[in-house]
Design a protein around this ligand. Structure first.
Ligand code: V07
Length: 255
């Protein structure tokens, strides 16, 4: 209580240990908007792509730790449908990261029983990127450990639009009555159909918005925002997010 604040006015947040956090229920599905890679690089007078590279190393580190904590699904927003508007050379570099990540880390992810998945439109990806992610999905599809789910060329409105088109086709064919369109039916047309909704959403880098990420799936999710830039994100930050999640009462609109 008395030392909750430093001499200045920066809140001194509590450090948590893994053991402490493991004494309470762990969120099953954690989703992360990994923002701040470009800003991290700019602060160091490095090109933006250096920030993306560093961010990729943090993905590996946090994946390992999430698995250790017993998190079942980790969804990472790697590339949005809006990210194509960035300079071509940055997009070209970003499209090499899935391969680079998988070339470096797939053997150890397999060793750790990780199941790699991708949500998003793969058809618009460069051939080399699509092949790398499809190979990883194929090689890990029977793994029963952490589901490492990358949102790659993902946009939530695009996902919902596509779902509505598919449902409308069923209705037009007379195979589905409008009254039969339930929440469960809609969820079954989304790219996350095999996953439970996220329990916890983390966004780094101080932006307090969703940026077209999992709009349907985040309806009851707890949000945790931090000013920390993604390349500076550590295991301790994840522990902090999970610990605060554990302290919040979740009532699903009930009492
Ligand atoms: C990307 C690194 C993390 C920070 C955010 C932007 C840059 C890992 C992947 C990836 C994607 C699919 C896959 C395996 C790895 C990735 C992109 C960007 C486009 F199957 N990191 N990372 N993909 N960054």
């Amino acid at each position: 209580m008395f030392n909750k604040f430093r001499k200045g006015h920066k809140p001194l947040s509590t450090e948590y240990t893994k053991e402490e956090v493991l004494q309470h229920p762990i969120p099953e599905h954690v989703a992360i908007i990994m923002d701040g890679n470009g800003r991290w690089a700019k602060k160091r007078s490095l090109p933006r792509i250096a920030g993306h590279y560093e961010g990729m190393q943090v993905v590996r580190k946090i994946t390992r730790f999430a698995n250790e904590l017993g998190i079942k699904v980790l969804t990472l927003y790697a590339f949005s449908t809006e990210n194509w508007k960035r300079p071509k050379q940055e997009v070209d570099y970003l499209m090499k990261l899935p391969e680079q990540f998988l070339t470096t880390f797939l053997p150890e992810l397999i060793e750790e029983n990780v199941n790699v998945r991708v949500i998003g439109n793969r058809d618009q990806l460069p051939e080399h990127t699509r092949r790398a992610v499809e190979k990883a999905m194929e090689e890990t599809k029977h793994n029963t450990g952490l589901i490492l789910n990358f949102a790659l060329n993902y946009g939530s409105r695009r996902e919902l639009t596509y779902a509505m088109q598919e449902i409308a086709k069923q209705v037009a064919k007379g195979q589905l009555a409008p009254e039969e369109i339930t929440e469960d039916v809609i969820a079954s047309y989304l790219m996350t159909k095999d996953l439970k909704d996220p329990d916890l959403l983390i966004r780094t880098s101080g932006e307090i918005r969703l940026s077209n990420f999992m709009l349907w799936q985040l309806a009851y999710t707890e949000f945790w925002f931090t000013d920390v830039l993604w390349p500076d994100f550590t295991e301790q930050h994840l522990l902090q997010a999970v610990a605060e999640f554990q302290q919040r009462g979740r009532r699903f609109g009930g009492v």
